[in-house]
Design a protein around this ligand. Structure first.
Ligand code: SF4
Length: 402
């Protein structure tokens, strides 16, 4: 790659000789599969822009944390780890740029600099395309605070330039982003924006390109894949990808129960290369809590979906997400979740303690379930699910019950 004047200056500033490939970036990822894929795209983009990558934070000229805003606990952890790196910033004796990117950046915006004065850049998920230039600018003006947030959607170039970066034979392919559902506890619509779908032709051509690079296992990603509208609906998209030669394994995440249809299950059943596995977040077994969560279904609706799925997709497995301690959740509400878990018999469940997130409707309801009750309910569900999974003697990779 031709080294531009600006880049030569940058190399000088970071104490590297010209000709040596780029300043070193340490990129750490928190959160969901979407973030994992965003980090891969970002790595691809950074490499194209002349940076290099390192797994050792202490060797890095640029430290990037790609973050998740869904739970408060995860946010506290990011600030705590970053804080340690920030403290060392002055001591390493050479310029260093620290960037907070992803959903936390979109949530915190300029306020992140008050919380973490060592940060140089705050960059939301829709603005990642602008990050390489921002990093260079930060080296030239170390005292400047750069904020890149608020773009309603991404530059398509972000996918085009980044998507050659793959690791191994598996790849995530983003098919849609954002969410219009506004579940009352969820920050995603505020930090990822409204739903946007990538045209189906683009998705299929990305899959073909990745197959040519040796990838054979694919996961299609979106906050709610069943809302996909990229010229065809999601069952049709899934079918088109399943038919691409060289796709040996295909899965997807995440499905909203109100939008998962029999047509989706029929496509899953029809193609041997589609994994017989559905992640279908229930969140609570209590209809009263589901209504407060604005989930758009009752437990009976959910149960019927699961029955159809199991009928159509023979031997199909199912996992879920559950939240304990949502505002006003009583022991009776919680017992309904316990009964729901027993009666559905999930193969795997991810169980979370509720924490209020900014901007959300639930954050105005008051966090009134005591921590002790949340912890107890969390433990009860964890033990119950462990027992069910052991009885089924069939665990999924990645489900660690934590
Ligand atoms: S469907 Fe609900 S929980 Fe899922 S991303 Fe959208 S708002 Fe959040």
């Amino acid at each position: 790659m031709e080294t531009s004047k600006i880049y030569k200056d940058l190399l000088e500033r970071v104490g590297r000789s010209e000709g040596e490939r780029g300043s070193k970036v340490y990129l750490r990822t928190f959160g969901c599969q979407m973030n994992v894929r965003d980090s891969q795209l970002l790595k691809g983009l950074l490499l194209q822009e002349g940076f290099s990558l390192t797994d050792r934070e202490q060797d890095a000229d640029v430290v990037i944390f790609n973050t998740c805003a869904v739970r408060k606990h995860a946010e506290d952890r990011v600030f705590s780890i970053l804080g340690g790196i920030g403290k060392r910033k002055e001591r390493i004796g050479r310029p260093r740029v620290i960037a907070l990117v992803g959903c936390m950046a979109e949530e915190w915006k300029e306020r992140a600099f008050e919380k973490a004065g060592y940060l140089n850049i705050v960059c939301g998920p829709n603005d990642l395309y602008r990050l390489p230039l921002a990093i260079r600018n930060a080296f030239f003006s170390p005292d400047r605070r750069i904020v890149l947030v608020g773009s309603p959607s991404r530059e398509e170039d972000f996918y085009r330039k980044g998507n050659w970066f793959v690791e191994g034979e598996s790849a995530f392919v983003i098919v849609m982003e954002g969410c219009n559902n506004f579940c009352s506890y969820c920050i995603v619509p505020y930090v990822r924006g409204r739903e946007r779908s990538r045209p189906w032709q683009e998705v299929v051509s990305e899959v073909k390109k990745l197959v040519a690079q040796g990838v054979s296992k694919f996961t299609l990603l979106g906050q709610n894949v069943n809302s996909y509208q990229g010229g065809v609906d999601f069952p049709d998209l899934l079918e088109k990808v399943a038919m691409v030669e060289g796709v040996k394994s295909l899965s997807f995440a995440t499905s909203h129960p109100k939008d998962a249809t029999d047509r989706l299950f029929e496509v899953m059943a029809r193609y041997p290369n589609i994994e017989k596995y559905l992640h279908l977040p229930l969140q609570s077994g209590s209809d009263r809590i589901l209504k407060l969560m604005n989930r758009g279904y009752t437990f009976e609706d959910y149960r019927r979906k699961v029955d159809s799925y199991r009928q159509i997709v023979s031997g199909g497995k199912i996992s879920t997400d559950l939240i304990v301690g949502f505002p006003t959740e009583t022991e009776e509400d919680f017992q309904k979740t316990v009964e729901a878990v027993k009666s559905i018999g999930f193969d795997c469940a991810y169980i979370f303690k509720y924490s209020p997130r900014p901007f959300t409707k639930a954050s105005m309801m008051g966090d009134d379930v005591p921590l002790e009750a949340k912890e107890r309910r969390h433990q009860i569900l964890l033990s119950l699910q462990k027992e069910i999974s052991l009885q089924k003697k069939d665990k999924f990779g990645g489900c660690d019950f934590s």
